[in-house]
Design a protein around this ligand. Structure first.
Ligand SMILES: Cc1cc2nc3c(=O)[nH]c(=O)nc-3n(C[C@H](O)[C@H](O)[C@H](O)COP(=O)(O)O)c2cc1C
Length: 331
């Protein structure tokens, strides 16, 4: 049976379905897809799914909010691509922490063409953990990605050589901490290196070939294919940190949107990306990274960018599994 979703504002029911499908294509930690949606005549609600919190890797829901922010960005971009302007309220009912946003597709004025164009990149973006080729990422790209982050009120600091070298050390120490924590390992193994028909978690196929020098310690691919990498290993990938000026739930939801804008901009520029989250997941290492960045921003996301071999898509839950009854947008 096809799920019925209500037409919303200026969107037809079919346009709402396709915008929700775009929202589900966002990246999420271990592919937990920690979001729910509800659509009613008054708009679309984006909710956190409390059953999909990662108690060990993400006890304070920071990455859950980043993932849901990415999903919200996809939703906004997909609505712009329908020629409709969405008005977004974050945390519209403060006592309800799981009601993250309401998106009201209100009018045909002020369509953002840049967002509409980024919507085309949503199905093309996949986390790419393969070794990157030696092809250099031009320095001008960093400016474009920084601008993408700033448009969503986040910050992408320029890292000098010394900071990159220190960051690499923090990656290694936080990775060691996680890999010797039995609770972390049990949770991680539950969600990654999956085989079969699961519609969530990271499948084995997302792993790819382990880079010869895994200096940046890529993680979530579980057991990797062994063998000779098809591409030469990049001497150094481009590594970027996305930070926020505060660290409360609104900041995290905004930074998730910034992260997705950066990722889709990178996809449009022909770049591949993967995440290096260990230093931001271990609280004491995150604090050291914050000091390394000057103390003014909260590090939220670390990305590795370059040119990899084609990555396969990961599965997603059906809309039927993520669409629930609305509570706020009923009229
Ligand atoms: C906040 C966040 C942190 C992530 N951290 C890691 C990571 O440390 N290592 C990794 O390999 N993938 C990481 N991922 C990528 C997810 O595993 C990936 O998004 C998910 O499996 C869905 O696949 P896709 O991005 O190809 O759609 C992270 C994603 C998000 C949103």
């Amino acid at each position: 049976m096809t799920l019925q979703v209500a037409a919303t504002g200026r969107l037809t029911s079919e346009q709402v379905r396709s915008a929700l499908r775009a929202a589900t294509l966002a990246p999420s930690t271990h592919n937990t897809q920690p979001w729910l949606f509800a659509s009613g005549p008054g708009g679309i609600e984006v909710r956190a799914d409390p059953d999909r919190i990662l108690p060990v890797a993400d006890p304070d829901r920071r990455e859950l909010l980043l993932s849901c922010g990415a999903s919200l960005f996809n939703l906004r971009a997909a609505i712009h691509a329908c020629g409709v302007h969405p008005v977004v309220s974050l945390f519209p009912r403060r006592p309800e922490p799981d009601l993250l946003a309401v998106v009201r597709p209100v009018g045909a004025t002020s369509i953002d063409d840049r967002l509409a164009r980024l919507a085309r990149e949503i199905p093309r973006r996949h986390t790419n953990r393969s070794p990157f080729s030696a092809e250099v990422v031009p320095p001008s790209v960093v400016g474009l990605l920084r601008h993408a982050a700033e448009l969503e009120q986040a910050w992408l600091p320029r890292l000098d050589h010394g900071q990159v070298a220190e960051l690499k050390k923090l990656v290694r120490s936080s990775h060691r901490i996680q890999m010797t924590d039995p609770a972390f390992l049990a949770e991680w193994q539950r969600w990654t290196a999956r085989e079969g028909s699961a519609r969530d978690g990271v499948p084995m196929s997302a792993g790819g070939i382990l880079p010869a020098d895994d200096a940046w310690v890529l993680r979530d691919s579980g057991i990797r294919t062994t063998g000779v990498p098809r591409l030469g290993t990049a001497p150094e990938p481009l590594v970027l940190v996305i930070g926020s000026f505060g660290d409360d739930p609104v900041d995290r939801l905004r930074t998730g949107q910034a992260m997705q804008r950066v990722l889709l901009t990178a996809t449009a520029l022909g770049l591949d990306a993967s995440f290096i989250s260990q230093p931001v997941e271990v609280a004491r290492v995150r604090e050291r990274l914050r000091v390394l960045l000057g103390g003014g921003v909260w590090p939220q996301i670390i990305l590795r960018l370059g040119h990899g071999s084609p990555a396969s898509p990961t599965p997603r839950r059906e809309l039927e599994e993520v669409v629930v009854a609305p509570t706020l947008v009923t009229a």
